[in-house]
Design a binder for this molecule. Structure first.
Ligand code: IPM
Ligand code: MG
Length: 386
């Protein structure tokens, strides 16, 4: 194909992308207006409350087995009385997704939409090719715009809460960039007003409810002037509705440095960031807490919510025969966040305390290597102490 033809095709593809993204922003803005500017239409739930359980692949089934064990213990009465149902959702495996040629096969998505909340194991995304990440698809299809990731290091007095925008930025058109073979490649990053406003509101609402006094807005607005520039500006507009909470701008590079600086890191409280910076910074933060295997994550929207570990399916561990040594603490933290979300605060607190105690007592230390404890050892230990 000659160059002109590539350019013409790219220009018309770009027009279509722009029109589609403007429509998406307008839909979000309309939804925000119908909420009256307020978040979280917390509709009354009908019984039974259905928790979807999708194990994923790689180390997913190993760690999810421990999560199910723990949930069955904590929710014994509710499961027996039919108040809550745990519903297996098959079909999120890499084999099924590849066979169907869909990141989330449509019948799996419709099963997920029948659940109130979803607990999801990690899912493998092939590098290259055209299959999109199942995570990215689920976050978009269920409109899970807030990725909420807590990180705590009590001995250092660190209590961080990350609010990562979860549906746009570098991710929304991530598989729809442009290639001019042998010459250049271009990807797109999209920041919408309504998309930024709703994640900013989620972060400031949390800060207010939790009695926090500072929100760090993390961008690279000195370079990504349009997208990050708007992100920061809109976050400050939202901040104006929250007197008493200070909104500070930080650049992502110095923030990654700050997180490894023990002299300053404990001063941060709430972080608010576009998608890709949030992806990277939360892995760094998790490592400071004790490893990505120790961090859970909530993906929430106005209607659906999905809870997961912050890490991936660890194909390398599986190849090396180490899957059963994967750390289930991450998905157990996700269970804690899910219990809190559906209103079981005491059970969530109990689980949180137990995980903490089990990590401190060091009777079953999962290291991700064959020298450490197995996922099942840690799971059994948690169950025995609940
Ligand atoms: C995460 C993961 C995902 C992401 C991958 C699996 C698509 O790294 O949840 O942080 O990049 O968001
Ligand atoms: Mg990540």
């Amino acid at each position: 194909m000659d160059e002109r033809k590539y350019i013409d095709e790219a220009v018309s593809a770009f027009r279509a992308l722009l029109e589609e993204q403007i429509k998406r922003q307008d839909r979000m803005a309309a939804a925000a207006r119908s909420r009256g500017g307020d978040d979280k239409g917390s509709a009354e739930r009908e019984e039974p409350l259905i928790i979807g359980i999708a194990s994923g692949d790689g180390i997913g089934p190993v760690i999810m087995a421990e999560a199910v064990k723990v949930l069955k213990t904590l929710l014994k009465d509710e499961l027996a009385s039919g108040k809550i149902e745990l519903r297996e959702i098959d079909g999120l495996t890499i084999e099924n997704r590849m066979a169907k040629g869909e990141a989330v096969p449509s019948e799996v998505l419709s099963q997920i939409k029948k659940c109130d909340v979803l607990l999801k194991g990690p899912t493998t995304t092939p590098k290259g090719g055209t299959l999109e990440s199942a995570n990215v698809t689920l976050r978009r299809e269920l409109d899970l715009y807030a990725n909420v990731r807590p990180v705590q290091v009590p001995e250092e007095d660190i209590d961080w809460m990350f609010f990562r925008e979860n549906t746009e930025g570098e991710y929304v058109l991530g598989s729809r960039g442009i290639d001019i073979p042998g010459k250049l490649s271009m990807d797109f990053k999209v920041t919408t007003d309504a998309g930024t406003r709703r994640i900013a509101r989620a972060a400031f609402d949390y800060a207010k409810a939790a009695g926090k006094t500072k929100v760090a807005i993390v961008t690279k607005a000195n370079i990504m002037k349009k997208t990050d520039g708007s992100f920061s500006r809109i976050c400050h507009e939202v901040a104006a509705d929250y007197p008493g909470i200070e909104a500070d701008d930080w650049y992502i590079d110095i923030m990654t440095a700050n997180l490894v600086n023990p002299a300053v890191r404990r001063d941060f409280q709430v972080f608010l960031m576009p998608n890709l910076y949030g992806d990277i910074l939360t892995d760094e933060a998790a490592e400071i807490q004790g490893g990505v295997g120790t961090a859970g994550s909530a993906n929430t929207g106005d209607r659906y919510a999905m809870f997961e570990a912050i890490h991936g399916s660890a194909p390398r561990m599986v190849e090396e025969g180490l899957a059963e040594y994967a750390n289930p603490a991450s998905i157990l933290k996700a269970c804690e966040m899910m219990l809190r979300h559906i209103g079981f605060i005491e059970k969530a607190d109990a689980l949180s305390e137990t995980i903490k105690a089990c990590m401190e007592e060091k009777k079953a230390v999962v290291t991700g290597t064959s020298g450490g404890a197995k996922a099942a050892d840690f799971g059994d230990y948690v169950v025995s102490k609940l």
